[in-house]
Design a binder for this molecule. Structure first.
Ligand code: MEV
Length: 306
């Protein structure tokens, strides 16, 4: 049996704007999806959603990933077991992580010798098959790890402070939210395009600040980014409650991460404020996770159980 894992991600800046070619800064976080694979008589996929064969309704990402690998590998029967620390549909890149980890595990099991670039690209194609208009951000960051500026694919230094994630536990559909922003942009191009462009400008400004470890200024800009996400309609009362609970309890900054609507927000914290921010998020009705960014993307965890 081979086990591979891939990380989830958070956006410091740039979700939604990145769909229109603007810059974003994203970081992989130490919350992972593990995929175990072994050869078997039939194709079997097991997760908390159930046990299926190829099933595009219940296990769309894993099913399309297997089909994507079939021209390269003689996959007659395999058993795939998915275990995830990432909540599904919450903006933390759970679908990218499961797709990337599945492709890597199949690559190793069938000795296809794919490069990381190949894996990121194939995983992006799988996401597009399932979601339609998905940017390559989630799959790229989950494959490569680290802090990455998109679309330039520039690697930036790691952020040296704890990141507190607040989950509203409300499912959010990336496809629907990206569609809503597209509608708003079509209706009011002169208003919405400058907002998306401002978000992109913030990512460009923040690049140097990440190098300088100027988390105070990064935080002020992240708070502006939050205001602009609200302006394009991807906020919600629950997300705002968590964003302000974090800010009122010592967060350097707080904003939505990912598609919005429901899903998660993040707060940058100091080592000694992370737990009080997490408590404030929980008191405001969210589920809090304290994490950090990670330089490691997809990786082999164990080979033959070792
Ligand atoms: C979703 O995690 C991020 C969005 O920018 C969509 C995408 O980049 O595909 C909203």
């Amino acid at each position: 049996m081979i086990t591979c894992s891939a990380p989830g991600k958070v956006y410091l800046f740039g979700e939604h704007a990145v769909v229109y070619g603007e810059s974003a800064i994203c970081c992989a976080v130490e919350l992972r999806t593990k995929v175990h694979v072994e050869k078997s008589d039939d194709i079997i996929i097991e997760s908390t959603l159930g046990t299926t064969g190829i099933d595009h309704a219940i296990h769309p990402y894993v099913s399309y990933a297997i089909e994507k690998m079939q021209p390269l590998a003689d996959i007659k029967g395999i058993r795939i077991v998915i275990e995830s620390e990432l909540p599904v549909g919450s903006g933390l890149g759970s679908s990218a992580a499961v797709t990337v980890a599945t492709i890597k595990a199949l690559d190793l099991l069938f000795e296809c010798k794919l490069s990381l670039e190949d894996i990121a690209e194939m995983a992006h194609e799988v996401e597009r098959m399932v979601q339609g208009n998905a940017s390559p951000t989630d799959t790229y960051v989950s494959t490569m790890g680290g802090v990455v500026m998109i679309p330039q694919r520039k690697r930036l230094p790691l952020i040296e402070c704890p990141i507190v994630i607040g989950n509203t536990n409300r499912f959010s559909s990336t496809k629907e939210l990206v569609g809503n922003v597209a509608k708003l942009r079509n209706e009011f191009p002169d208003i919405i395009e400058p907002i998306l462009s401002d978000i992109g400008q913030m990512s460009l400004l923040a690049e140097e600040l990440v190098h300088e470890k100027d988390y105070g200024t990064i935080g002020r800009l992240m708070n502006v980014n939050q205001g602009l996400l609200d302006a394009i309609g991807v906020g919600s009362a629950e997300l705002s409650d968590l964003v302000y609970a974090a800010r009122n309890n010592g967060a350097i900054s707080s904003k939505i991460t990912g598609a919005g609507g429901g899903g998660c927000m993040i707060a940058l914290a100091e080592d000694d404020t992370a737990s009080s921010i997490a408590k404030a998020i929980e008191d405001a009705g969210g589920e809090a996770i304290i994490t950090r960014n990670t330089k490691e993307g997809v990786r082999l965890e164990t080979l033959n159980g070792q």
